[in-house]
Design a protein around this ligand. Sequence first.
Ligand code: ZN
Length: 128
Amino acid sequence: MKKTNKRRDKLADWIFCRLMDILNDQNREIVVVFKRLARGGLEKDGKTYNGQIGQKDIVDDGTQLITIDPQISKRSKMRVFCHELLHILFEDIDDEKPIENLEHLLWPQLSESQKQMLGDYMYSLVKK
Ligand SMILES: [Zn+2]
């Protein structure tokens, strides 16, 4: 394997671990809601769809709501979930573009089991 690929893998692993830290943080509450997005419906960007998280989606008790359109495939939902977690990880970045770029770098680098793990977390955070 080329050195650059190794570096990319290591970076992807590192980011994945940070996302896991967020998901395992006992002081943080994240709730996933599958709901049609209010404005404009689905926004497709390349292969992915944008979910939604934002100030308006932080409710009174500080819970962070991740809203994902229910109509997209399971695979796309997992990817949107990953994207929204990147927003939480880099919460001081307001711009959409760098987060999208990160997602495009990260997602193809993740192993199948890492993606499945994100998917499992996503469904475990759905509000009953
Ligand atoms: Zn975004």
